[in-house]
Design a protein around this ligand. Structure first.
Ligand code: F6R
Length: 613
């Protein structure tokens, strides 16, 4: 989704800002722009399309841009919400006298009445965006203090914002503020860089300040003054980012998605590192910050998440009920706050979010917190809003996930859920023997994933054979049912093939009407409980002439003669099968999309983190 970068310091401002925008490209956007204060002028260039198009336009309009050092500047990638992706709607926006420039992420819900009033007062709007009202408000409130003008403007708006503002009036100063849309300040030496995502910052510094809601910061090259919206100074700690810029680069892979698929043995190893409590045959999850008694009191779990994270949560549902005997419900985070959820004193809410910024999941956290619930989040992005507002939880430590299609986050989320279920189970009726089996398998996970990755060429051959399909179904049962949903989601989002995930038994209740020779079935038929029934389901599909691609356990001969093509999965129990099997489906989706020539890392219409409802 939209990205913000701002810089104040001695480096080449335009180069630094463009570099930051390129590092945010993965988030999805459709136009970009930049503004700098230079020689008593506020200069702005915007362009529809990619950052590369913006760079070309800058080269044309500012021939000396390589010499633009030491200017204060802001830049933005926009993902259209209010108004089409056009030059005029791109950020930065400026006031009528070109004294202030602003970039904004989020949504100003009351922009219509504000715009009407400002127009009546003589402001001329150049865009259809909600954001533009903010810059006119700042200009209206300005009476010599840019901080106060921004605070006064922000007090007038309802909705969410991450903003960065520069001005001719105070050329060495940048103002940033947030409410519900992240802003991070990278703390440098004689320079400071701000962004909506640490990915734009790590190349410059690993020391960052995560702003809180309603914080406003006045940033110069050697000072960062943070106050709340009422002008009261607040102190925010400086955190260290535990990954370097290499982690956010492709390192020889054609796409981030492929790199992240292949990173999964390490990512999962990082998620389990230090968390296997062998002495007690349990898991160490200190971030949950709950004592054994509090854990034992939990009698219901509600998981709230979106998309791939919700599919991980659906696997967690099986774990918590099977291993810990705790009744569990998985909610689409978007529904959570609208359906008056039942939250009792012993209900544990688990929001799951790779980015930690998904608007609907965050809203679920807030609803649950307001209702007094215990919230323990599973997030990847350290310092993200969901992680901080939940107050407790478990980080994935999977490293940055740049590919829009989530891969390593899913496998790590499911791994962490399994560890949570082990811990909760061991605090209840789970025997040491049963716990030991889980521990052993979790320890094996990186190697099991490695074995699937070794079959990548075989998966590619199968994928290329089916790359022309228009429609397909993924079917699974039990522990592999959420994996079927996830496999279908992966395929549709990057290849644009119409793919649906179904419980295998549900096919007969409607979708079977669509089966014919042009509609392949991807059937998850590993040798775990439910396999026999799955083979029956495969026969039903074959009888309707659908080609069948099956996942099957290496050495299992029961699948012989049933499937047209097989993706082989190493022998493993039902508990880890979802994590291992999904890797083959990620590869399958990747190679289908690659064969079709799709833009894999930035699929059309998609954004990496969905910060609007
Ligand atoms: C699919 C995908 C999305 C996200 C969803 C939630 O590949 O990435 O479905 O899983 O938008 O995002 P997070 O986990 O950041 O809350």
């Amino acid at each position: 989704m939209c990205g913000i970068v701002g810089y104040v310091g001695g480096k080449n401002t335009v180069v630094t800002l463009l570099d930051g925008l390129k590092r945010l490209e993965y988030r999805g956007y459709d136009s970009a722009g930049i503004a700098v204060v230079r020689d008593s002028a506020l200069l702005c260039v915007k362009e529809k399309g990619k950052v590369a198009c913006l760079e070309e336009k800058i080269t044309r309009e500012w021939p000396d841009w390589m010499e633009m050092t030491g200017c204060t500047g802001i830049a933005h990638t926009r993902w259209a919400t209010h108004g089409a992706p056009t030059h005029d709607n791109a950020h930065p926006h400026m006031d009528g006298k070109s004294r202030f420039a602003l970039v904004h992420n989020g949504i100003i819900e009351n922009y219509a009445p504000l715009k009407k009033r400002l127009q009546e007062a003589g402001c001329v709007f150049k865009s259809e965006t909600d954001s533009e009202v903010l810059v006119h408000l700042i200009a209206e409130f300005y009476d010599g203090d840019i901080f106060q003008a921004t605070a006064s403007a922000l007090k007038k708006v309802e909705g969410t914002f991450g903003v960065a503002v520069i001005s001719l009036e105070q050329p060495d100063t940048m103002i940033v503020a947030r409410r519900g849309s992240p802003i991070v300040i990278g703390v440098g030496k004689n320079e400071n860089i701000v962004a909506s995502d640490v990915a734009a910052i790590v190349a410059y510094t690993q020391r960052v300040i995560f702003m809180d809601d309603d914080d406003i910061a006045l940033v110069t090259k050697d000072s960062i003054d943070i106050r709340n919206i009422d002008n009261v100074p607040v102190s925010r700690e400086v955190s260290s980012i535990d990954w370097s810029v290499d982690a956010a680069e492709k390192q020889g892979y054609d796409h981030f998605m492929l790199k992240e698929i292949f990173e999964q043995p390490d990512a999962v190893a990082n998620s389990i590192r230090g968390r296997l409590d062998k002495a007690n045959v349990s898991a160490t999850l200190s971030g949950m910050n709950m004592n054994p008694r509090e854990m034992a009191m939990i009698n219901r779990i509600v998981i709230a998440a979106c998309g791939t994270s919700m599919h991980a949560g659906m696997t967690g549902d099986y774990y918590f009920e099977d291993l810990a005997g705790i009744s569990t419900q998985v909610e689409q985070a978007a529904e959570f706050r609208y359906r008056n959820p039942i939250i009792e004193p012993n209900t544990l809410i688990i929001p799951i979010s790779q980015s930690g910024e998904t608007a609907d999941t965050l809203a679920a956290v807030r609803e649950a917190t307001n209702k007094g619930a215990t919230v323990s989040a599973i997030c990847n992005a350290v310092g993200s809003t969901i992680a901080r507002e939940s107050g407790r939880g478990v980080y994935l430590h999977a490293g940055p996930e740049i590919g829009v299609a989530s891969t390593k986050a899913f496998t790590c989320q499911v791994t962490v859920l399994l560890l949570m279920a082990l811990k909760l189970g061991r605090g209840r009726r789970m025997s040491r023997e049963a716990g030991q089996q889980i521990l052993d398998e979790v320890e094996q996970l990186p190697e099991l994933i490695r074995q699937v990755l070794k079959t990548a060429d075989d998966v590619r051959r199968v994928a290329e054979k089916y790359a022309d399909m228009q429609d397909c179904f993924f079917i699974g049962r039990g522990y592999l049912y959420p994996v079927a949903l996830e496999g279908a989601l992966k395929l549709k989002e990057i290849s644009y093939i119409h793919a649906e995930g179904y419980h295998a038994a549900e096919l007969k209740h409607g979708p079977i009407a669509l089966l014919e020779e042009r509609v392949p079935i991807i059937a998850l038929a590993n040798d775990i409980p439910g396999k026999d029934k799955m083979i029956g389901n495969i026969q039903e599909c074959k009888a309707r002439k659908s080609p069948v691609i099956a996942t099957a356990t290496i050495g299992d001969t029961d699948i012989d003669g049933h499937a047209d093509d097989i993706l082989w999965i190493p022998q493993c129990s039902k508990f880890v099968a979802p994590i291992v099997t999904v890797v083959a489906l990620q590869l399958f989706a990747y190679y289908v999309a690659a064969k079709r020539g799709c833009e894999i890392d930035q699929p059309r219409n998609l954004a990496k983190s969905v910060t609007v409802e």
